[in-house]
Ligand binder design. Structure first.
Ligand SMILES: Cc1cc2nc3c(=O)[nH]c(=O)nc-3n(C[C@H](O)[C@H](O)[C@H](O)COP(=O)(O)OP(=O)(O)OC[C@H]3O[C@@H](n4cnc5c(N)ncnc54)[C@H](O)[C@@H]3O)c2cc1C
Length: 437
């Protein structure tokens, strides 16, 4: 497959979109082409919106389990006290108003031969011509002894947005001054590589400003992590006497292997144990359950063709966002939305019988480390091959540096804010309030 430049891709994608007025013609006898999308996060919602804007004739149905979506992105800022819960939570009215049929229900099965999706409450299965699967992640509860959905109510992971995010904040608010917070960071691959360290900064900021005698210990299953130099500087400069970071090394394996929700005990593989007043346990992850149920996974995640995120496991099915194997592209909202643009263009080109194009993608992950101080990492991604397997190769990569000036960090902070506000308005048609509670 030949690679195309960004400009060429934009033109090709535009060509595919321009072809959309012809979409209903071949399908007229049977009615408009039916697109079913499972999952109303950034991946699924962005595909629905892009398709709706480009192809008014398509019948687009978005199936989402929940009535509202609380973004994981920016949830650490809620934990730190910089945003309200309301300002990171959105309904689907905006998506409905755009002409997408949003069904609040859970997809329980996919028949890729009959091309149908069964819903938990829906009386009859939904038929599709093209299916988009964007269910995000599930937590691997069995990867830590003693951890379970019940234990997560006491030791929240807060790695899926909504109730979990809220529980973590309530527990932080209730923490006694002098209390010990223990965090665990998962092995790769997982959603939002810099997320645990932004979380550590935001919890530390909260403790510093409200409970100055409290401490945070982080146990990490990994030896290295994203934006490490910048975070290490931040921990030393802003949170020196509050945070203790333990990375796995030649001698100690700091993967958390056991917890006891009743006693607060958190134990690492090397046998170190801490009794936490509050434990934020972030376990290993896998693709949302519907993907495995439908036979779309290989191991924990879903293999895709990196040209367009079509599934390698089933025809006329796409998997995007966190559930997909998109290495080296990180699992992020930015990535999911970038993938969504390519998926939408590919569906339109395919339905119109036009040439399929090779996707190019982009990601940026911002992390807030202190007030007015954010760092970023990102790059472009093009389909390639590594060790005989398809992958997405990083190009034009960039990363914040520990010696950035405060003006650069402030600018990065504002960039991140602008990104969030623009993204959620684009996804959900709502402009969130900015004020903290
Ligand atoms: C603390 C934290 C901070 C983060 N910060 C950033 C950041 O700054 N920038 C960034 O780009 N990313 C960030 N991320 C990552 C980002 O949240 C995810 O990468 C992104 O949400 C993935 O989008 P998705 O659409 O694949 O999945 P999700 O956002 O998980 O959406 C999937 C949706 O599918 C629904 N669903 C699942 N199964 C079914 C089913 N069977 N039927 C119906 N509906 C179903 C779920 O309810 C969910 O709403 C962060 C993540 C965390 C945890």
């Amino acid at each position: 497959m030949t690679e195309v430049t960004r400009r060429e891709f934009t033109l090709l994608a535009a060509g595919a979109v321009a072809a959309s007025s012809e979409l209903s013609r071949p399908a007229l006898a049977a009615g408009p082409a039916r697109i079913v999308i499972i999952g109303g996060g950034p991946g699924g919602a962005a595909v629905a919106n892009r398709l709706r804007a480009a192809a008014p004739d398509l019948a687009i149905t978005l199936v989402e389990s929940k009535e509202t979506y609380t973004t994981c992105f920016y949830s650490n800022l809620y934990i730190g006290g910089f945003r309200s819960f309301r300002s990171i939570t959105f309904g689907y009215e905006g998506v409905r108003k755009r002409g997408v049929n949003v069904i609040t229900d859970t997809a329980t099965a996919i028949d890729t031969t009959a091309k149908t999706v069964t819903l938990a409450r829906g009386s009859s299965p939904l038929s599709y011509d093209r299916l988009v699967v964007a269910p995000g992640i599930d937590i691997k509860f069995d990867s830590i002894e003693g951890y379970s959905p019940e234990a997560a109510k006491i030791m929240p992971h807060a790695w899926q947005g909504g109730e979990q995010t809220w529980i973590l904040k309530q527990k932080l608010l209730a923490l006694p001054d002098g209390g010990l917070v223990v965090m665990s960071s998962p092995p790769n691959p997982y959603r939002c590589p810099p997320g645990p360290y932004e979380r550590a900064c935001m919890i530390a900021h909260f403790l510093k400003t409200t409970k100055p005698k409290a401490k945070l210990i982080l146990f990490d299953a990994k030896r290295f992590y994203s934006k490490q130099a910048v975070f290490e500087q931040a921990f030393a400069e802003f949170y020196k006497d509050i945070v203790e970071i333990n990375l796995t090394n030649e001698i100690d394996d700091y993967a958390v292997v056991k917890v006891n929700a009743e006693t607060g005990e958190v134990t690492t593989k090397s046998g170190r144990s801490e009794r936490a007043a509050l434990a934020n346990i972030i376990p290993a992850q896998k693709a949302g359950a519907i993907a495995a149920n439908a036979g779309l996974t290989e191991g924990d995640w879903c293999p895709i063709n990196p040209q367009n995120f079509s599934s390698t496991k089933a025809r006329d099915v796409y998997v995007l966002g966190d559930a997909a194997i998109a290495a080296d592209m990180p699992k992020s909202a930015y990535s999911a939305v970038s993938q969504a643009g390519v998926v939408a263009a590919d569906i339109i080109a395919d339905l119109a019988g036009k040439p399929r194009t090779v996707g190019r993608y982009r990601n940026t992950c911002w992390s807030m480390i202190a007030p007015g101080d954010s760092a970023k990492i990102g790059g472009d991604y093009v389909p390639g091959e590594k060790n005989g397997k398809p992958f997405l190769k990083g190009e034009n990569e960039f990363i914040s540096q520990p010696n950035d000036t405060s003006a650069v960090r402030l600018e990065t902070n504002q960039e991140s804010r602008d990104w969030y506000q623009t993204l959620v308005a684009d996804l959900f048609g709502e402009t969130p309030q900015m004020a903290a509670p």
